[in-house]
Design a protein around this ligand. Structure first.
Ligand code: SF4
Length: 483
């Protein structure tokens, strides 16, 4: 049955999504579910281009070292630290993690992580770190003493300016951190935090094996605010087992009580053939496509009604948050952590499986702990794979990231950046976009490509038209549905 769904999306006028800034006028539009189903295929989330699937094992450690050596001294750096351990498995999880309740498992890891930080810093002329992000896994699986040891090692190897713009963020699991440790984290320099919630409904939580009370989450955030943490983010997931629009309304009401600065809303990608923990989730418990769409509709409309701005494809932020300001000023970028405010920083990843991006190369560390330990205990960087981007990769990355961050692209700016004629270079891609134009998802003229308000929900599909690596098998096997 055909059903029209009404989304409220911030728009300046009804056709093109030109200004995504803070002074948006909310406009209601009709969304055609049939259209959504037509385009709701599997596709990448584009946290990189080329995506990690294209990273090659042939990429040599020497290339990575040369790349590190070539970062100029005046460049600012961003450091991603991956802590793979979790004490409980969440059934929806698709991350690279190690499930253990044995805290001593982290001792060898921390020693090797510190070694990796020191080895990396010796290869770099650039020493200024303006952004540090701890992710996982569960960074707070480590003891406060271990986190402190790593932060001290970073400070010994790099300069971290004591300036308001310096971001030191950590993903917190409130089930794995004492309230009083927030103060200690703040004393170490942490000033941003993100927390996984997913859903506050107990039945949903039980079905994903992640029971975390509202009170525990709220108290952690109250404490974080007391110690000056900014840009506090909560992660939510829609499409989880037993979720309905009604249960999610109640979850969102609780989220509003906490009033985080940012909310990330992810679509649950059920890929049990790829991710073993997901086999614990029964197909029949998952919400039907129409219910899932209704939840998503509710999230978009409700969060905007509460004053949040819709950022990129899956983030919401208060108008005074850095992410909202970055979007308004055309400075929103994308990397492996999602949307970010600093593209100009060279990104270095440390820890098992972490990915970095510097000097137009992507690099990834080995994925398993034995290989990680073996490399570092032999004083080698634990390099696994990577890719040096071609000129074509760079052009396509610029186009895809411009669209996924700003929903509009100036052909002239791409032409000037890469000395190409846009329409000639992308003749095939513009032909592939014709059905999107016909369905009023995209507007293309001589100077620009603009995504319409209803096209925004399908931005991944639109970006896929510029992806030179995609084929049908790739899409079926490796990616989640776009909505
Ligand atoms: S979702 Fe996060 S906390 Fe849960 S198992 Fe995965 S990495 Fe660990």
């Amino acid at each position: 049955m055909r059903k029209n769904v009404t989304f409220t999306v911030g728009l300046n006028y009804s056709d093109k999504l030109i200004d995504t800034g803070v002074n948006l006028i909310s406009t209601k539009l009709e969304w055609d579910e049939e259209l959504l189903n037509k385009y709701n295929i599997s596709g990448p989330r584009y946290t990189s281009y080329p995506t990690a699937l294209e990273f090659s094992d042939d990429y040599e450690l020497d290339s990575y070292i040369t790349c590190l050596n070539s970062v100029s001294r005046d460049k600012s750096l961003s450091l991603y630290i991956h802590i793979p351990f979790c004490s409980n498995i969440c059934y929806y999880c698709a991350c690279n993690k190690v499930i253990t309740k044995d805290a001593s498992k982290s001792i060898r890891y921390v020693d090797n992580l510190i070694k990796e930080i020191k080895l990396i810093s010796r290869q770099l002329n650039a020493k200024t770190l303006r952004q540090i992000h701890w992710g996982g896994g569960t960074p707070t699986f480590l003891s406060i003493e271990q986190i402190d040891r790593i932060m001290q090692a970073i400070r010994e190897s790099f300069d971290i300016p004591d300036e308001p713009g310096t971001e030191i963020s950590i993903e917190i699991d409130p089930r794995a951190l004492a309230l009083e440790d927030i103060r200690l984290l703040s004393e170490m320099g942490f000033n941003r935090m993100s927390m996984g919630v997913q859903d506050f409904d107990l039945k949903v939580q039980q079905s994903i094996n992640r029971v975390q009370s509202f009170e525990m989450t709220r108290d952690m955030i109250v404490e974080a605010r007391k110690y000056g943490f900014q840009s506090i983010n909560l992660d939510l997931i829609y499409g989880l087992p037993h979720q309905t629009k009604a249960t999610f309304e109640s979850t969102l009401n609780k989220v509003m009580e906490i009033s985080p600065d940012r909310i990330s809303v992810f679509n649950y990608a059920h890929l049990p053939h790829r991710f073993k923990p997901q086999r614990k989730i029964r197909n029949e418990d998952l919400p039907a496509a129409t219910e899932k769409l209704a939840i998503f509709e509710y999230i978009i409309n409700n969060l905007q009604a509460q004053g949040y701005l819709y950022i990129g494809m899956d983030h919401f932020a208060k108008p005074d948050d850095e992410l909202a300001i970055a979007q308004k000023n055309n400075r929103l970028h994308r990397n492996f952590q999602g949307y970010t405010t600093h593209e100009e920083y060279e990104l270095i990843g440390v820890g098992v499986s972490s990915i970095g991006s510097l000097n137009n190369q992507y690099h990834q560390n080995v994925r398993d702990l034995p290989a990680y330990y073996e490399a570092l205990e032999n004083n080698q960087l634990p390099s696994w794979r990577g890719v040096a981007m071609s000129q074509d990769d760079e052009i396509r990355k610029a186009v895809i990231f411009e669209l996924i961050c700003h929903f509009e692209l100036s052909k002239k700016s791409i032409e000037e950046q890469f000395q190409i004629n846009f329409d000639q270079y992308f003749t095939n891609e513009l032909t592939l976009l014709a059905p999107f134009v016909e369905d009023k998802l995209v507007v293309i003229d001589d100077t620009s490509i603009a995504i319409t308000s209803r096209g925004r929900l399908l931005i991944r599909n639109i970006c896929m038209m510029f992806d030179a690596y995609l084929n049908e098998l790739h899409m079926k096997q490796n990616f989640s549905k776009v909505i």
